[in-house]
Design a protein. Structure first.
Length: 262
């Protein structure tokens, strides 16, 4: 397995190599992959979960005769943001929103940033996207919530993992070799299938990053650190950069979420 490193920190395993550490192979038994919700200090977490979980989706990817699954979330009307390595070389992409499958297409992607934006052209999907937050508006030590998705053991259902953690601060991520990009370091135990998950600031429900990689697991299979792409690095993919900056960290009232079948 290839390794990558972050300046100033221990070596960790990247989510991008062929084994796709944070993207679980499609059809795998995921019952043991998603960690339970860990106790959180804030009493706002349960209401936050109810507001955001319907806006986080499972991404089912077919590559040749195989496949993989990862996570994404609505970052703009009708558009899903995820990790590029989740949809890399995909022959078909299905987004499962509220247990309903929608055919997706890649609108834009950036391999070096490990980000991809998906559109759902065949659906009539009405949803208010998750609010986005600038990196410098978040203080190290702030609690965060990571919402991941996983194929459930039964067919046509999706299971979500809820991971509480802490924003440790800005970092530098090396991938490809000798190429460093801005990153967010997190104290969090992410698992296979959590690639593309939103890192959500607990105090206001705003997304600060997109899960990309985790530290090399210990003997018991757990990783205590993870890395995410800062959400402001996705503004170029989302378009209208200045508008995204102004909308950042302004959640506003939540709207009713519903789907209409294509």
């Amino acid at each position: 397995m290839a390794l990558a490193r972050s300046r100033g920190f221990r070596r960790f395993r990247l989510a991008f190599p062929l084994l796709l550490l944070l993207a679980v192979p499609a059809g795998a038994d995921t019952a043991s992959l998603a960690p339970p919700v860990r106790p959180a200090a804030s009493t706002d977490v349960p209401s936050l979960v109810e507001r955001v979980r319907t806006k986080v989706v499972l991404i089912d990817v077919q590559v040749g005769r195989g496949g993989r699954a990862g996570t994404g979330f609505f970052a703009a009307p009708g558009q899903v943001l995820t990790s590029e390595h989740v949809i890399h070389n995909a022959d078909r992409i299905i987004v499962w929103a509220n247990n309903v499958p929608y055919r997706a297409q890649v609108l834009r992607h950036e391999s070096e940033l490990d980000l991809a934006l998906l559109g759902l052209p065949e659906s009539a999907l009405l949803i208010k996207p998750l609010p986005l937050a600038l990196t410098d508006s978040t203080t190290p030590g702030e609690p965060v919530l990571i919402v991941g998705t996983h194929p459930a053991p039964t067919t046509r259902t999706v299971r979500q993992s809820l991971i509480t953690g802490e924003f440790r601060g800005p970092s530098q991520f090396e991938w490809p070799p000798r190429i460093f990009t801005r990153s967010l370091e997190l104290s969090a135990t992410v698992e296979p299938g959590d690639s593309g998950s939103p890192v959500i600031r607990v105090r206001d429900g705003a997304v600060i990053g997109v899960v990309r990689a985790r530290e090399t697991p210990t003997e018991n299979g757990l990783s205590l650190r993870a890395w995410a792409v800062p959400i402001d690095m996705a503004f170029g993919l989302l378009g209208r950069v200045e508008e995204r900056k102004h909308q950042a960290a302004r959640p506003g009232p939540d709207e009713e979420y519903y789907l209409r079948q294509p």
